[in-house]
Design a protein around this ligand. Sequence first.
Ligand code: NAP
Length: 346
Amino acid sequence: MSETSSSEAWAMQIARSGDYSVFEKVSMPRKAPGPGEVAIDVKACGVNFADVLMRMGLYPEAPKAPFVPGYEVAGTVAAVGEGVTAHKPGDRVMAATYFGGYASYAVAAEDKVLPLPEHLSFEEGASLLVNFMTAWVALHEMARVRKGDHVLIHGIAGGVGLSALQIAKNAGCVVYGTAGSAEKLDYAKARGMDYGINHRKSDFVTDIRLNVGRRPLDVILDPIGGDNLAKGRKLLKPTGKIIVFGMAKAVDGARPNKIKSLLVGLKMFHINLLSLFAQNHGVFGLNVLRLWPFDIMRSVGEAILQAFEAREFETVVDKTFPLEQAGEAHRYLRERKNTGKVVLTV
Ligand SMILES: NC(=O)c1ccc[n+]([C@@H]2O[C@H](COP(=O)([O-])OP(=O)(O)OC[C@H]3O[C@@H](n4cnc5c(N)ncnc54)[C@H](OP(=O)(O)O)[C@@H]3O)[C@@H](O)[C@H]2O)c1
């Protein structure tokens, strides 16, 4: 193993399920990277909506508390394990960590570590992997979008939403988006969105039917869940597809709970195979976390890296918080204040 520095590391762990106060700062050993692993001195880590759900105890795949959340980091390589050839101590990198990213030091598998393009800051590097990988898999690997496709992106001003907007426009699609404020829609419009709907002011099905057409859509990206899915299908052309990748509706309202999220989940049973058969529709379920171990993520990561190096895409960091203020960062996301990504800095 080759190494540059040593001292104690620290992390912000979720001590138990609960509100913004359940984070606690803990020290942790700097675990040496094993064979095929890369240790990183973390400078920034991305905050994802899933982190908020797991803090609330609503994310089944999260480890049992206490645990350190954090899917993605950017920083410098501290040490590399046996057999690692692609990275060396001191390199600027970004990495998918699975969990454990809310920390000053993290260890990732070599194939989940990518060089950080020179023109990107650490904050930007920590903001893009989950968003762009999710959006890329949805649009290119699942929907297989083509030039001229009409694509609706729900939550278009969020981290995944703004990434999907760029990927879809880059592929020559006509992009529709929903968001909860005029400011968010203006922002997406300035970045290429063709048609926006403020879901607090109008129903997206009624709006699109009135102003665009009865069934204009080829693809819908839906992280909202519940009855949004059955509604969206009313706008899909034959051979249209919905990519389902979240259940934000489960945490609508001030006091979300497990029963409510179960009810939102139950509404998602409304899509049945016979009706897909009758209408020539397709539904994909997307869970990027479960794709991490598969080869596809390597090629997706490389495609995204190339596009960033060619400056085809930009990542939008809305706000940064010191890592110690992870709870405040969660509050900001949960209150839907963000346009783009929220990042923690070390
Ligand atoms: N399955 C996967 O692999 C995967 C991977 C990444 C992300 N996701 C999901 O994709 C979604 C977007 O993730 P993100 O990290 O980009 O989050 P984000 O930046 O917080 O964006 C989410 C957007 O969804 C909208 N929203 C609608 N209903 C909401 C609710 N009840 N609570 C909060 N926001 C709500 C909000 O926009 P408005 O206020 O404008 O409505 C918000 O800006 C999340 O649901 C997340 O769980 C899934």
